[in-house]
Design a protein around this ligand. Structure first.
Ligand code: ADQ
Length: 470
């Protein structure tokens, strides 16, 4: 059986895996042999031409170091100040520095050079996310002929947002050098098709001679999931119970409304707090009977747009406290730190409402985890943004437009007043969908596709929306 090589910006650390994705990919490697390749997290004066291989909890991990300048241009610059905001349709939050692109390509070339030395001819290579779009091009340039797949964890941009990215045609040509490109949702495939069919109009800086040929690349939607049954078990584990007991003590009879996110402008946090503010303003009888807990540890906090989001959130939370808090009742708690999965599972289980309202999201695994953690006898209600990839999987959630804070406020009221029968019916539909899209099957399906030799017939499953784009 071929080895599997997983490539991502960062590799897993020692200790329990932080998320379902890392668990599922570790399992793939344990079953199929292979290794994980990525950046070590170390910044050095000169780039490392060769990867250091080490054993991380029985997993073979190959890592390279990057120079400070390259990392800044590749990670904070091109990947997270251009690609991330543009792919999330936040062109207003992009910062464009032309030299970042060179750093981005340089790091991808460095990844390719170090990785190529470790490859065997029949290894199957699975590359993850927007940091590494050019990797297949760089590997092919070095003569690598292996099957190479790419999975985009974030949404694919609409054509206008794509055209706003410097060198977008080169990036799309990079995608055409993969054998398989996987995306989260039908929405992403549709946006990709839009580009593939019409391609970018020329500008004075780019000639018209840049048609990208996708005829050798399969583009398939593989919606990612979590392991809902693992969350069901975790949510009744002693660690989760400890969190539940602690929370019950402080909540008393109040119903918990919960948000869990990385602190990122794509997650719609200020809008969410504003929706809660409107809910309290319009439904005075609920005051003192509810509490909103938002868990949002900082991420990418060296980037100024992330600092600004954090400040906005501080201000909105302060405003709601000032308006509604009383000496013996606080409307919300905002916690800026991460929790381990068992504690999160406890919080999810206790929450009568899961408030998951990103402005745009590739999938949103918190939605899957919230569903998995519910008590089937007395489940909570998921309020979900229609702009998360998860919205395609979970029609039984209360879906809202996160920009319309009046609508989200009304959804909070409906969720809190929902009777047991409807909550159970919705939960059953949601749990069935979460199981169907579990992360283990997701990884197996992607790899089954990628392992096919050209000419083999396609496996039959309902994730395929497009086989190839001519
Ligand atoms: P993220 O943007 O990080 O991921 P999400 O899918 O919601 O978003 O979360 C990923 C993981 O982080 C989950 O397992 C979750 O438990 C954990 N997490 C989130 N907030 C946390 C907190 N406050 N404390 C502790 N853990 C927390 C990107 C894309 C998503 C896509 C995933 C996977 O942006 O759209 O769903 O990749 O493909």
């Amino acid at each position: 059986m071929s080895r599997i090589v997983i490539v991502s910006n960062r590799t897993p650390a020692k200790g329990p895996a932080a998320g379902g994705l890392a668990v599922a990919l570790k399992k793939v490697l344990a079953e199929r042999q292979g290794f994980w390749f990525g950046w070590s997290g170390k910044l050095t004066d000169s780039p490392s031409p060769t990867a250091q291989i080490q054993d991380v909890d029985g997993l073979s991990v190959a890592q390279i170091d990057l120079t400070r300048d390259d990392h800044q241009a590749y990670y904070s610059g091109f990947a997270n100040s251009i690609l991330w905001p543009s792919f999330h349709l936040r062109l207003d939050l992009t910062t464009i520095e032309s030299h970042w692109y060179e750093g981005y390509r340089r790091v991808n070339a460095q990844f390719a050079a170090a990785l190529a030395k470790l490859l065997r001819p029949d290894d199957i290579i699975w590359v993850h996310d927007y940091h590494l779009i050019p990797l297949a091009t760089e590997l092919r340039r070095l003569g690598v002929r292996n099957r190479i797949g790419f999975y985009l964890h974030i949404p694919f941009p609409t054509p206008d947002a794509l055209y706003a990215i410097p060198h977008h045609t080169d990036l799309m040509r990079d995608l055409s050098h993969y054998d398989l490109v996987g995306m989260q949702a039908k929405r992403d495939i549709a946006a990709f098709m839009e580009f593939a069919e019409h391609q970018a109009p020329p500008t004075f800086a780019s000639s018209a001679n840049h048609h990208v040929d996708f005829s050798r690349t399969e583009i398939v939607a593989f919606p990612i999931g979590s392991d809902p049954d693992a969350f069901a078990s975790l949510s009744v584990s002693p660690a989760a119970q400890k969190m539940i007991t602690r929370m019950r003590r402080s909540l008393g009879d109040q119903q918990l409304i919960l948000g869990v996110d990385r602190l990122d402008y794509s997650k719609g946090l200020p809008q969410r707090v504003e929706a809660y503010e409107k809910f309290l303003a319009h439904n005075a009888s609920f005051r003192r009977g509810v509490h909103f807990l938002q868990v949002a540890p900082p991420s990418r906090d060296t980037i100024k747009e992330y600092q600004a989001t954090s400040e906005t959130l501080d201000a909105v939370c302060g405003r709601v406290m000032g308006k509604f808090a009383e000496p013996d009742w606080q409307p919300l708690t905002y916690v800026k730190r991460a929790y381990g999965q068992p504690s999160l599972a406890g919080l999810y289980r206790l929450a009568r409402v899961g408030l998951i309202t990103p402005l745009r999201d590739g999938m949103n695994l918190v939605a899957h985890e919230y569903i998995g953690s519910q008590n089937p006898e007395d489940p909570g209600v998921l309020i979900l943004s229609r702009f998360a990839g998860a919205a395609e999987i979970f029609p039984a959630a209360l879906q809202v437009n996160p920009f319309d804070t009046d609508e989200s406020a009304e959804a909070i009221r409906v969720a809190l007043e929902m009777g047991l029968e409807e909550r159970r019916a919705r939960y059953e539909a949601l749990m069935a969908a979460a199981r169907k899209h579990n992360v283990g099957d997701w990884a197996e399906e992607f790899l089954a596709h990628l392992s096919r030799k050209p000419g083999d017939s396609a496996p039959q499953h309902d994730h395929i929306y497009l086989n190839s784009v001519a």
